[in-house]
Design a protein around this ligand. Structure first.
Ligand SMILES: [Zn+2]
Length: 410
C-alpha cells in the first residue's frame, strides 16, 4: 500500500501557490475563539464553538496571540490563481462531493477503532465526519476531520499553505480528539473524580494560556505543552498517550504526577470498556456538505509575517550561519537546504519552545527567503552542523520573542 504522504506527492501539481498577495483578496470571517486541537494556524476550537453560531466556516483573522506572548496582528488573504487549479479553487467546497468513506483518510479512522478495541474499549466508536478543522463540537462525541485529507489535490494545496499532516500526526490528532469524544460519550466531565484529577471542565478556555514548560504534571503529546491549555485538553492528551500503541507510558512517565492521570484513565477503561456510552451519537457542527465557501477562500496565505518579523534583520547572522564559498564543490544554495529541512526544524522548535507553530513557520520561511536573496551557500559535507546551528538559532530567536515580544533586542 502506498504511504499516505506518497498519495499526495503527485507530479504535475504546482509546487507553490503562485504570485504575490494581489487582487482578489478574500478576507474570511472572524467569529469566535479557537482550539487548535492541535494545529495552530486559523484552527478553531470546536470545544468552544457555540452551537448557536451561524453555520458557516469560522476563521480567525485578527489579533491572535503569538505563542504565549504579545499579540500579533494577522491578515489573511489568498493568492489569485491563474493555473490549472483555478477551476478547483473557484468551486464551493460543498460541491466537491467529498466523502470520508473510500477516501485516503478512512484507513486512519479504522486504525483508531482497532486501537480502541485493543485497549479494551469495545463499545466506544466515535463517529467521524469531514469538516473544516480537527475537533469535537463542544460536548459532542463525534470527531471532525479536515476535508482536505479526503482529496489528493486539496491535500497538496494544504501542504503548500500550511504543511500537511503526515501519517503520524493524523493519528496523533485522531487519538486526541477521541479523548474529547470519550469524555463526552461517557459524560465524564461531570464526575467528581474527573474534576479532581484534571480540574474544572468549566474553567475559561484561553487561547493564550501560559504553560509551565517541562512540567511533570502533564503528558507530552501535541506541541505547545498542550495538555496545560485546559482540563479538557489535559484529559484528551492523557487519553492520546494512553491509547498510542507502544507508548510505554508506565515507564516513560515513572515518577511524574502525569502517571496518576494515566493510571486513572487505565482504570476508567477497565470500568467502562464493555459499557455502552450514555451518549452514543454526537451532533456535527458544520459539515463538508455545508461549506459554501470556495476552495480559494479556504486556502489563503497568512500574511502576519510582515508584522511579526518586522524587526528581524538577520543578514549578519545568516552570513555567519552559511559562510560557504560558492566555488566549493559541495556547496548548495542555503535556501534549498533550509527548504528541505523547513518542516523538521519548525516542528522541533515548536515542540520544545511551546511557541505557536505558525510563528515559527513564519520565522523559518523568512530566513529561507532572505538566505536566497543573499545568495548564500550551505556545504553538503557539513549538513549536520548547519542543521544544528539553524535549529539553535531559530530556538534562540523564538525564545527571545516569547519572553520579550521581539525577535531581536535592540
Ligand atoms: Zn483538543
Amino acid at each position: 500500500m502506498p504511504s499516505f504522504e506518497s498519495m499526495f506527492s503527485r507530479p504535475g501539481l504546482p509546487q507553490s501557490l503562485p504570485g504575490p498577495p494581489c487582487a482578489g483578496l478574500l478576507f474570511t470571517i472572524v467569529e469566535t475563539a479557537s482550539c487548535l486541537c492541535v494545529r495552530e494556524r486559523l484552527r478553531t476550537d470546536r470545544r468552544q464553538r457555540s452551537k448557536s453560531a451561524p453555520r458557516r466556516i469560522l476563521r480567525t483573522i485578527a489579533n491572535e496571540e503569538a505563542g504565549f506572548c504579545g499579540p500579533v496582528a494577522k491578515r489573511v488573504f489568498v493568492h489569485d490563481q491563474a493555473d490549472s487549479n483555478q477551476e478547483l479553487l473557484s468551486r464551493p467546497i460543498r460541491d466537491l462531493g467529498l466523502k470520508l468513506e473510500g477516501s485516503p483518510v478512512e484507513r486512519f479512522v479504522e486504525q483508531l477503532y482497532r486501537e480502541l478495541e485493543a485497549k479494551g474499549l469495545t463499545k466506544f466508536r466515535p463517529a467521524c465526519y469531514l469538516t473544516d478543522e480537527w475537533g469535537c463540537p463542544s460536548g459532542e462525541p463525534i470527531i471532525g476531520i479536515p476535508f482536505y485529507l479526503a482529496h489528493a489535490e486539496l491535500a497538496q494545496l494544504e501542504k503548500q499553505a500550511h504543511d500537511l499532516e503526515d501519517s503520524r500526526e493524523i493519528m496523533m490528532y485522531l487519538r486526541h480528539e477521541a479523548g474529547h469524544a470519550f469524555t463526552y460519550a461517557y459524560k465524564l466531565h461531570n464526575k467528581p473524580d474527573w474534576k479532581q484529577m484534571f480540574g474544572p471542565f468549566r474553567r475559561p478556555y484561553r487561547e493564550n494560556y501560559r504553560p509551565a514548560p517541562f512540567s511533570r504534571d502533564y503528558v507530552r503529546h501535541l506541541p505547545g505543552w498542550y495538555a496545560q491549555k485546559h482540563p479538557d485538553e489535559d484529559f484528551a492528551e492523557t487519553f492520546a498517550v494512553w491509547l498510542t500503541p507502544r507508548s510505554n507510558w508506565r515507564k516513560r512517565y515513572r515518577g511524574w504526577r502525569a502517571l496518576e492521570k494515566l493510571h486513572y484513565l487505565d482504570r476508567l477503561a477497565r470500568t467502562l470498556g464493555n459499557s455502552d456510552p450514555p451518549r452514543r451519537r454526537g451532533q456535527t457542527d458544520i459539515t463538508v456538505d455545508e461549506m459554501e465557501i470556495t476552495v480559494a477562500e479556504f486556502y489563503h496565505q497568512n500574511g502576519r509575517e510582515e508584522v511579526a518579523v518586522t524587526e528581524l534583520t538577520p543578514d549578519t547572522d545568516l552570513r555567519d550561519l552559511f559562510p560557504v564559498s560558492k566555488r566549493r564543490k559541495t556547496a548548495l544554495p542555503a535556501r534549498d537546504f533550509l527548504h528541505q529541512h523547513r518542516k523538521a526544524v519548525t516542528d522541533k522548535v515548536a515542540q520544545w519552545t511551546g511557541a505557536q507553530r505558525s510563528l515559527i513557520k513564519t520565522l523559518i520561511d523568512t530566513i529561507e527567503k532572505r538566505a536566497g536573496e543573499l545568495d548564500l551557500r550551505a556545504d553538503k559535507a557539513r549538513e549536520a552542523e548547519h542543521l544544528a546551528e539553524v535549529t539553535a538559532y531559530a530556538t534562540a530567536l523564538v525564545m527571545t520573542y516569547v519572553t520579550k515580544g521581539k525577535f531581536i533586542q535592540p
